[in-house]
Write a protein that binds this ligand. Structure first.
Ligand SMILES: Cc1cc2nc3c(=O)[nH]c(=O)nc-3n(C[C@H](O)[C@H](O)[C@H](O)COP(=O)(O)O)c2cc1C
Length: 197
């Protein structure tokens, strides 16, 4: 019997006063109502990874890595079957701290699906996600079709006082996107175990 799938939700902003935390709270609260996978939040504040400065690309590195925190990060990514990244848009892209987290390891990402939730101004963070999709392909990941893009400068509250999403349509989108991610997680886990990929 296949073991329960592990889905990691990566919170891609670390700055003081970040809005990302409210999005993570909403996502984790919604996902906690599902019993079809194990959902764990990875807050990049807990993984202070340095900018990449190794002499060769991470694809050529062997674990154990230096510094130690990179091993802790690598273990979390290695055990995962799929990912949801929560990202803001910084200067038409995603935050450098998130790029760093993606760059510091390689094979642990390979052949796993990844879905995206963005938030931002004019384009609702979607430009950050378009860049992330390209990076994900380079990491040999499978970016899934469905994504969530939320506008934060609409003049309306995004969250209710209890942290739930004001626009309940976003809950439905999250549910559908998670279903799609699980389909891919299952398919690619099976393929990885058969060593097809
Ligand atoms: C360095 C920086 C650059 C930004 N650039 C953009 C941008 O290009 N597009 C956009 O929609 N919002 C941009 N914003 C606004 C962010 O979407 C908004 O501040 C959001 O709250 C950032 O997420 P965070 O609070 O979780 O860090 C930028 C914010 C910062 C701090």
């Amino acid at each position: 019997m296949m073991s329960i799938m592990k889905i990691k939700i990566i919170l891609g902003s670390t700055r003081e006063g970040r809005m990302g935390e409210a999005f993570a709270t909403w996502v984790m609260s919604e996902l906690s109502q599902r019993s079809d996978a194990e959902y764990e939040l990875l807050d990049l504040r807990d993984y202070p990874l340095m900018y990449y400065s190794d002499p060769v690309p991470a694809s050529m590195l062997q674990s154990p890595y230096i510094p130690e925190i990179r091993n802790t990060w690598a273990e979390k990514i290695k055990e995962a079957d799929g990912f949801i990244v929560i990202t803001p848009e910084y200067n038409h892209s995603f935050p450098a701290v998130l790029k760093s987290a993606l760059d510091v390891i390689y094979k642990e990402w390979n052949n796993k699906p990844i879905g995206f939730i963005s938030y931002g101004g004019a384009a609702n963070g979607s430009r950050a996600v378009e860049h992330l999709r390209q990076v994900a392909v380079e990491l040999q990941m499978a970016p899934i079709r469905d994504a969530i893009h939320i506008g934060i400068f609409t003049g309306q509250s995004i969250f209710n006082e209890d942290g739930t999403m004001a626009n309940t349509h976003e809950n439905k989108k999250l549910s559908g996107m998670t279903d799609q991610l699980l389909w891919w997680s299952d398919a690619l886990k099976t393929a990885r175990e058969k060593k097809i990929v």
